[in-house]
Write a protein that binds this ligand. Structure first.
Ligand code: SF4
Ligand code: SF4
Length: 369
């Protein structure tokens, strides 16, 4: 594992993201303790020392699980990061105290305001709640070592936020070779660099879609390097960005951890020829990728119809890409996209800005054909 210095600490360049721990087959909000522990133990044995979670991940079970899984390791042998999400709770004090308990710790190495975007910026800057003031006081007490934020904001919003306060210790943004073009991730990265804020990366594989691509896009990359994994291409792209401090990857299995950790044993940025091939593959993939859902599940708790939105979008994409009829018969009528109320509550939770009610409508119409 390669490490980068952060204020005198060696932090692994690959971190374990807590959004995709293995869950029980019947409940996406309950982490499978046995399989999850194997993932954490493997990460530690591969040299990963950076772990990230949030209270909104798996309805707090990600924090609870990580606290349990890391409790057998000395607290100073790893760096722990979590977040406060104003859409999940507006009581930062109660949230923070509960997070310390769930994570079985008395301090966080990194603490972030979660999911800055066009919907949350006003709340995060609100003087009455003064969330940042509360965090700064916890930092003075040693209960937080570093304060940052995670962002899905457009570049102008990010700039507005940093005009308000730019003394953050780090920031976490969605960065991968597709979003470099599609979601202006390049500009976001440049803005953080201009402000001297270390960049942490989330969604390096865009919810796993860059680990599989499609046949045509994968063929472009295989022609250049037949044995290299598609994930390796995505990670090596990020290794070429010098200001990236940590790449957080939500790994669900032991083999994923081992494969990804091996890539971060070295630093092999892409050369010019490889970058050109990656751009060609990205362009081909974008034409057929369908709805760019990353399965983060932020939308699910906002849905009054209790729909498994990412599962439905996955089915919609599979149907579009393969042309085959998705096994909608496996869903009960109550879970079908036809039960969408078009209320729009999910939309403001979606970091990818997907028009979910519209997707549900299209899916419902195509099912009827
Ligand atoms: S628009 Fe549909 S999918 Fe979205 S929250 Fe409302 S009912 Fe659920
Ligand atoms: S629709 Fe948006 S919020 Fe919901 S799981 Fe997909 S990316 Fe996440």
């Amino acid at each position: 594992m390669r490490y980068k210095q952060f204020k005198g600490h060696d932090v692994s360049t690959l971190g374990l993201g807590g959004l995709r721990f293995p869950t029980a087959p019947s409940d996406p909000n309950t982490i499978d303790r046995i399989e999850g522990q194997k993932v954490v133990d493997t990460a530690i044995s591969c040299g990963i020392n950076c772990f990230d979670t949030a209270h909104s991940y798996q309805n707090e079970d990600s924090e609870r699980f990580l606290g349990e899984a890391l409790s057998k390791y000395p607290r100073d042998s790893y760096y722990l990061s979590t977040k406060f999400y104003v859409e999940y709770s507006d009581d930062i004090e109660a949230t923070f105290e509960a997070q310390l308990k769930r994570c079985q710790t008395d301090y966080f190495d990194f603490y972030m305001l979660h999911c800055l975007d066009e919907n949350t910026i006003t709340a995060y800057m609100d003087k009455k709640h003064d969330y940042l003031g509360y965090l700064l006081r916890q930092k003075e007490k040693g209960r937080i070592r570093n304060i940052g934020f995670s962002s899905h904001a457009a570049p102008e919003t990010l700039k507005r936020f940093l005009d308000w306060h730019d003394q953050f210790d780090m920031a976490l943004i969605q960065l991968n070779y597709l979003d470099w073009i599609m979601l202006e991730a390049r500009r976001q990265y440049e803005i953080l660099v201009e402000h001297g804020i270390p960049v942490w990366v989330m969604e390096p594989m865009k919810g796993g879609s860059l680990s599989t691509l499609n046949k045509e896009a994968a063929a472009v990359l295989k022609a250049v390097a037949p044995k290299r994994s598609l994930s390796s291409w995505g990670f090596q792209f990020l290794q070429g960005l010098s200001e990236v401090q940590v790449v957080l990857s939500g790994m669900s299995t032991v083999s994923q951890v081992m494969e990804n950790a091996a890539i971060f044993d070295a630093c092999n940025p892409l050369n010019n020829q490889e970058r050109a091939a990656l751009s060609r593959a990205a362009a081909i993939f974008m034409e057929t990728m369908g709805v760019p859902c990353t399965s983060c599940r932020y939308c699910c708790s906002a849905c009054p119809a209790d729909l498994d939105i990412p599962l439905l979008i996955k089915g919609y994409n599979e149907q579009k890409i393969s042309g085959s009829t998705w096994k909608i018969a496996n869903l009960s009528e109550a879970k079908s996209p036809t039960t969408c109320l078009s209320c729009g509550s999910c939309v403001k939770r979606c970091p990818q800005k997907i028009d979910i009610p519209q997707v549900m409508k299209r899916f419902s119409m195509e099912m009827e054909v």
